[in-house]
Structures are given as C-alpha cells and as structure tokens.
Design a protein around this ligand. Structure first.
Ligand code: MN
Length: 128
C-alpha cells in the first residue's frame, strides 16, 4: 500500500500549447500501474482542452463543478459532478469547464499518449 496525502500530489500547470485557459494536472498513476494513466484535471471557468483523441479511448469521471464535452460529430453534453463520459478510441473531442463554473474530472486512459489535433477549440465552438 502507498498513501499519497492530498498535499503531496505534484499538481502542475497543463501544457499551454494544448489547452485554453487555466488548467492543472494532478498525476495519480504510479509507475507500476502497467499502462493505466490516471490523471486528475482541474479547469477554471472557460478553460478547455484542444481537439484531441485517445488511442484506447478515455473514461472521464466528473468530480466537481460543471462543464462540457463535445465531439467532431456535433454531439455536445453538459456534465456535472458524478457524471461519467466515455470517448471511444479515435473519437475526436474536447472537454472543459462551463464559462461560469470550474470543472474537475478524473481521466482514465490506457494505450499511450493523447493525440492532439492541430487546432484549438475556438470561441464559436466553445459557445456552441
Ligand atoms: Mn479527452
């Protein structure tokens, strides 16, 4: 067993080249997790990812606040604490906070790194 107290999680700013607004990553995986990548993510109001996809899909478990998830097929859902969203392998999508609320989620992935599309979620896409 290994206990990491909350104030020992190495929170860091998310890479600005792939996000709009203020976003923090809290890594939860251990090196021994053998392929599982568990990440806590906190979005300030208005913050969101760029367009991207995950080779083996992604489970999002919303842990606080309220936000949005949308995909390139035009599906768009509002999410709140307790919701779960699954993005299929290769499904191009983005996620983020509402304009007037922060949002936090856990991201659970296997199969390697996020693949980033070369474009931001512009204001028109964000507003929907
Ligand atoms: Mn994603």
């Amino acid at each position: 067993m290994d206990h990491t107290p909350a104030d020992s999680i190495p929170w860091e700013p998310a890479p600005a080249e792939h996000f709009t607004g203020t976003v923090f990553f809290g890594p939860l995986s251990h090196a021994s997790d053998d392929g599982l990548h568990a990440l806590a993510v906190q979005f300030e109001p208005g913050a969101r990812t760029d367009w991207h996809w995950h080779p083996d899909g992604q489970v999002l478990y919303v842990t606080g606040g309220a936000g949005l998830v949308a995909n390139a097929e035009g599906e768009r859902v509002t999410i709140a604490a307790g919701d779960v969203v699954y993005a299929s392998p290769g499904e191009v999508h983005w996620h983020g906070a509402l304009p007037n609320s922060p949002m936090s989620h856990l991201s659970l992935t296997t199969g390697g790194a996020t693949v980033w599309e070369p474009r931001k979620v512009d204001d028109a896409e964000y507003t929907g």
